[in-house]
Design a protein around this ligand. Structure first.
Ligand code: NI
Length: 163
């Protein structure tokens, strides 16, 4: 087991989409174990995408349960449909100390492969729906701050300007 480093904005790897995982190999399982270890080691971390950890694959791990005992791993997840709209604050382990409201679907149907290589559909709302949309964005090289207005994004980015 190992803990991965969480890439920080404006690391350009955060803007690169992950590759499709063709098959759940022992190597993929090992990566997922390490992703969960990284998730559980971080403070206030609900979910992580592999692309945030320097691993350019379409994998995300989610667990925001109080006891951290409800791990969910989605491989090649896709939003199949969405309805309703929410506008609530989000944060991200890769964008320190920024919390801004983002528009999301209120309910989503997400299709993904699980660790047994089976394709499943997840019908979700509330925080899980928001979380899945945020993570799928990561796998497409999109950060939540990319959804902000140009002006807001500019103001946020001033904080991350390199020396
Ligand atoms: Ni994030």
């Amino acid at each position: 087991m190992a803990i991965y480093e969480i890439l920080q904005h404006p690391d350009e790897r955060l803007s690169q989409p992950g590759r499709v995982v063709e098959e759940v190999t022992p190597e993929i399982k090992r990566i997922v174990e390490n992703m969960f270890e990284t998730l559980y080691a971080a403070t206030n971390c609900a979910a992580l995408a592999a692309t945030q950890l320097g691993i350019p694959l379409r994998i995300t791990v989610i667990d925001f349960s109080e006891k951290k005992d409800q791990p969910l791993c989605l491989i090649n997840p896709e939003v199949i449909s969405g309805e309703g709209e929410t506008f609530t604050a989000e944060g991200c382990m890769s964008v320190a100390n920024v919390h801004e409201k983002v528009k999301r679907y209120e309910r989503v149907v997400v299709r993904a492969m699980d660790l047994d290589g089976e394709i499943k559909e997840y019908v979700e709302d509330g925080f899980m729906a928001k979380c899945m949309q945020h993570e799928i964005d990561h796998l497409n090289g999109v950060l939540f701050i990319d959804h902000l207005s140009a002006l807001k994004r500019k103001i946020v980015n001033l904080r991350f300007r390199r020396g």
